[in-house]
Design a protein around this ligand. Sequence first.
Ligand SMILES: Cc1cc2nc3c(=O)[nH]c(=O)nc-3n(C[C@H](O)[C@H](O)[C@H](O)COP(=O)(O)OP(=O)(O)OC[C@H]3O[C@@H](n4cnc5c(N)ncnc54)[C@H](O)[C@@H]3O)c2cc1C
Ligand code: FES
Length: 264
Amino acid sequence: MKCEVLSNVFLKERRLLLDLAVPAGFAAASPGQFLHIRIEDSCDPLLRRPLSIHDYCASGKKNGVVVRVLYEVVGKGTALLSEKKPYSEIDCLGPLGSGFDMEKIAGYKNVYIIAGGMGVAPLFFLVRKIMECKVKSVKCKVAVLLGVKTKNDILREKEFKDLGCQVHIATEDGSKGFKGRVTELLKEKLQPRSIICACGPKPMLAAVSEIARSNNVPAQVSLEEFMGCGLGACLGCVIRTTSGYKRICHDGPVFDSSEIIWKD
Ligand SMILES: Cc1cc2nc3c(=O)[nH]c(=O)nc-3n(C[C@H](O)[C@H](O)[C@H](O)COP(=O)(O)OP(=O)(O)OC[C@H]3O[C@@H](n4cnc5c(N)ncnc54)[C@H](O)[C@@H]3O)c2cc1C
Ligand code: FES
């Protein structure tokens, strides 16, 4: 589907926020799902690039919907994406994948959101949805733990605070907040009868999974892998689970952490 670029702005060095107007017929998105973006109409780059839905909201125009993407320029595809100007069009497949289990999350009093680096991207939409439910009925406490290398890498701190949740920062160099890894901070903060939702590099997610297991709390983790089709057909993104290989693009990207076999 062709989506129109509304804005594509740098928030920080190499990190941008892209707003896309999606056409009628684009299915409603849920937190944890992603877009599979064809960056150019040419064959280079050949493959689409998966980017999480950072937010999904009304545009202000009648029946208009905006899908927001938060991304980092790491290679050719994302560099080309960063050059897209308003009014240009991008071919997007989506929303794809299976996201966070909102019903399960709603059953917990304390929700811990753990973001490692750009792992923050899919978690904003999740937190916004949880906070909306909280206002309606569920009395849960949401703590967002943002883990970064240094304070200049922190993204969306104010926006999370504006949603009304607690925000804790962990920097590896100690330039702001807790000095150390976000998983160490999680160990300090974690309360019983909680649920954890996390996105970030695989070693961080493996550590989150171990913390969840040893504290007897559930965790939902959003995994990243190189992707081909993005639709479950090519088996290019499989991960080992307790019930065999699963496709991150189709069966995930969000999984219950206890399902994943973390050791290679
Ligand atoms: C489901 C899913 C959701 C994602 N959501 C986001 C998001 O919201 N924001 C964001 O910034 N990024 C996200 N990513 C990662 C993003 O897809 C890649 O960074 C992007 O495809 C890189 O494209 P490129 O052409 O710029 O880089 P390439 O030239 O393809 O690669 C440049 C470098 O990035 C590394 N890389 C590329 N793809 C991945 C990947 N999937 N996992 C780990 N390392 C990779 C390569 O090893 C290489 O070192 C997501 C990935 C997945 C699978
Ligand atoms: S990318 Fe093809 S099956 Fe997942």
